[in-house]
Design a protein around this ligand. Structure first.
Ligand SMILES: Nc1ncnc2c1ncn2[C@@H]1O[C@H](COP(=O)(O)OP(=O)(O)O)[C@@H](O)[C@H]1O
Ligand SMILES: [Mg+2]
Length: 255
């Protein structure tokens, strides 16, 4: 891969909190315009990785670059290249959808703030609700507005930390569709999830974080190859990502 095909590159990343190691040597790369899912149960260090990559936290050692910029030496350039959406929707309830978008556009020093807001409202199907207060929005509408806000200024890389935790199934599916469209348009999407099916449905590549390291990283097809299909008479059973995960984790713990 040439340098500009790689949106995120992480080598030997380590982080401890008060001598308790959380990351013990994390390595991975994310291709530009792809959807990369970092998968792991609660407490494995997903948010820690997101915070380091978005310059909110410093690693103890190792290197990370985002959009070609080193997170330690060029944090401002990294911040200008990204947006970050957390698990909890960050919209202002008292403002309307349009006002929320205009506010962020102003914070990002854009000139044509009302035009930017109008285009995003249209793109996310919120034009009719634009002048209603967000307190009257459904969960799905809030999530769409949240994503719309994160796209202001066209950041080439977006980080989403457990974006669908607590969402209804229909809203999740709609949300996956939005992320797929973004990646098709060239945006790099880095997301963390605890949901195996989400990684399976959405991601071009899946990395599994376990005990401070990435223990598997590949396309769904590649991960499935790690797990030989069980043959029952003449029918091949395709393993689910959950079975792959358990097989890899189990294998590791036997070592
Ligand atoms: N500021 C902190 N101080 C001490 N421990 C922390 C801090 N932040 C996270 N941790 C611990 O580090 C581990 C990884 O946390 P986190 O990165 O939030 O995991 P995840 O996002 O995968 O749930 C957890 O055991 C958590 O309790
Ligand atoms: Mg987390």
């Amino acid at each position: 891969m040439s340098q500009n095909e790689i949106a995120i590159s992480v080598q030997g990343l380590k982080k401890s909190y008060k001598n308790v190691p959380v990351l013990t040597g994390v390595d991975f790369e994310v291709k530009t315009g792809s959807i990369f899912a970092l998968l792991g149960p609660n407490g494995t260090g997903k948010t820690t990785i997101v915070k380091i990559l978005t310059t909110l936290l410093k690693q103890d050692s190792g290197n990370a670059t985002v959009n070609g910029f080193n997170v330690s030496s060029k944090p401002d350039s990294v911040r200008q290249s990204i947006s970050l959406t957390g698990q909890f929707v960050a919209v202002d309830e008292i403002l309307t959808g349009r006002e929320n978008l205009v506010m962020i556009a102003k914070l990002r020093h854009l000139k044509n703030t009302s035009q930017v807001a109008g285009e995003l409202l249209k793109r996310f199907g919120l034009t009719d609700a634009a002048n209603r207060r967000v307190s009257a929005y459904s969960g799905g509408m809030r999530r769409r507005l949240d994503i719309a806000m994160s796209l202001i200024g066209d950041p080439p890389i977006i980080f989403l930390d457990e974006p669908t935790t607590g969402l209804d199934p229909e809203v999740r599916i709609e949300f996956w569709q939005i992320l797929k469209e973004l990646a098709n348009g060239g945006t790099t999407v880095f997301l963390t999830t605890q949901y195996l099916d989400e990684a399976e449905q959405l991601a071009d590549r899946i990395a599994i974080l376990h005990e401070g390291r990435i223990i598997a990283n590949g396309t769904l097809a590649e991960l499935k190859k790690l797990f030989p299909p069980a043959k029952v008479e003449y029918i091949e059973k395709q393993p689910t990502l959950e079975e792959i995960f358990l097989a890899i984790v189990g294998k590791k713990e036997e070592n």
